[in-house]
Design a binder for this molecule. Structure first.
Ligand SMILES: *[C@@H]1O[C@H](CO)[C@@H](O)[C@H](O)[C@H]1NC(C)=O
Length: 381
């Protein structure tokens, strides 16, 4: 029955195409929206909230129109492909040039949108994860960010940023993929499941090693490695970082940017909503700040408005997806006994971070699992 229906559809499509050709009314360009469609949908910086449930079959995204590796396209997509291919033969005989591999890793590249419709519905390659001296902020995303954690403030974001970039160097790290680059990153969470994992050597072998909050390696090198390239933190979770490590500030409020400036210079800010470290040790020319607009993007597209805003762990993974060509994730979730604690804690029942209220741990866990299932991250549990 199905085959018959498909034959009918193909035959009908062919007939219509022939008629259109015969009447010379066909416009090949309209049959081939490939790149124009990609550009149009990606150009805006405004992020539309994604409310589609993860199980829903999405419309075919631009990148899956020609998928060499993926032989399991759903029926509807196959039918569309046939139409597209008919047009392509004349218009673009060597269309592979339109989708060269975006990175030089032999097996896969995160930013290669072929192969996972789920991923390409969420991943916006135009997002800029790092705050620069000059930014093209989406005003709505910025307004949302400013409402996250209020901090009585008489300065504008521009004023606060101008002062900050007098203390920290403008970022130089390249985030967008380059065809000659294969940047493999390890995102290392703080879960007790790292204990006795023996992942230290594997973690150390990555080019970027991202840790977060109170993470420490001393005494746990065999399980968590001893190299760190990026340490994600915010004022209330701050620690000193070693020479050569990039401190990456996750700003949840304007005050956090002021704190960074202060903590690396005068040390006059000692409070946010609680007492915080007034000084932090870090290379000022390696400091990075996550773009406030990126928080909104992760909230809309990845955690799909679950929780008030995404957790550090979630932000770090999505940051890595926008900075790296391959991403391995360690130290997320509960340990084998189902306990949620940090790997450096003896008390298995410590680390109540799962119940932090503002985040949706269950939904975030589901997103991380799906990223692994879709082949976008390697998840070590
Ligand atoms: C990590 O450990 C190795 C082996 O003990 C040592 O040679 C290396 O200097 C350490 N690296 C860091 C960043 O501590």
């Amino acid at each position: 029955m199905l085959v018959r229906r498909k034959l009918w559809v193909v035959a009908a499509t062919a007939a219509v195409l022939l008629l259109m050709l015969a009447s010379q009314s066909i416009q090949m360009r309209h049959l081939l929206p490939l790149n124009s469609r990609t550009e149009a949908s990606n150009r805006g910086t405004v992020v539309e909230p994604t409310v589609a449930p993860a199980v829903q079959t999405p419309p075919p995204p631009p990148g899956t129109i020609r998928s060499e590796k993926d032989g399991e396209e759903v029926e509807e997509e196959e039918e569309e492909e046939e139409e597209d291919e008919e047009g392509e033969e004349e218009e673009t005989p060597v269309e592979d040039f339109q989708f060269p591999k975006p990175c030089s890793c032999s097996d896969s590249c995160v930013s290669d949108l072929r192969g996972s419709a789920w991923f390409s519905m969420r991943y916006d390659p135009n997002q800029e994860p790092i705050l620069r001296a000059k930014n093209n902020f989406d005003p709505d995303a910025l307004a949302w960010w400013q409402g996250l954690q209020r901090s009585g403030n008489d300065q504008t974001l521009e004023e606060v940023m101008a002062k900050m970039f007098q203390v920290v160097s403008p970022p130089t790290v390249e985030t967008k993929p380059v065809p000659t680059r294969c940047r493999k990153c390890a995102v290392v969470g703080n879960s007790g499941n790292l204990r006795r994992s023996g992942h230290g050597k594997l973690i150390n072998s990555h080019s970027f090693i991202i840790r977060m909050n109170k993470a420490t390696t001393r005494g746990f090198e065999n399980d968590v490695g001893n190299r760190t390239t990026h340490h994600f933190l915010y004022p209330e979770s701050a620690v000193d970082v070693d020479h050569g490590v990039s401190l990456v500030l996750l700003p949840f409020k304007l005050r956090d940017l002021e704190w960074l400036t202060s903590a690396l210079s005068t040390g006059h800010i000692k409070m946010t909503y609680m007492r915080v470290k007034d000084r932090v040790v870090a290379d000022k020319d390696k400091v990075l700040v996550v773009n406030p607009v990126f928080f909104k993007y992760v909230h809309d597209r990845w955690t799909e408005l679950h929780g008030r805003y995404p957790s550090t762990g979630m932000l770090a993974i999505i940051f890595a997806l926008h900075t790296c060509d391959q991403v391995s994730v360690f130290g997320y979730g509960a340990d084998k006994q189902g306990n949620w604690h940090h790997y450096w804690e003896e008390n298995r029942y410590a680390g109540a971070f799962r119940k932090t209220g503002v985040h949706s741990a269950d939904f975030e866990t589901e997103v991380i699992r799906t990223l692994a299932k879709e082949g976008k991250i390697k998840l070590y549990l």
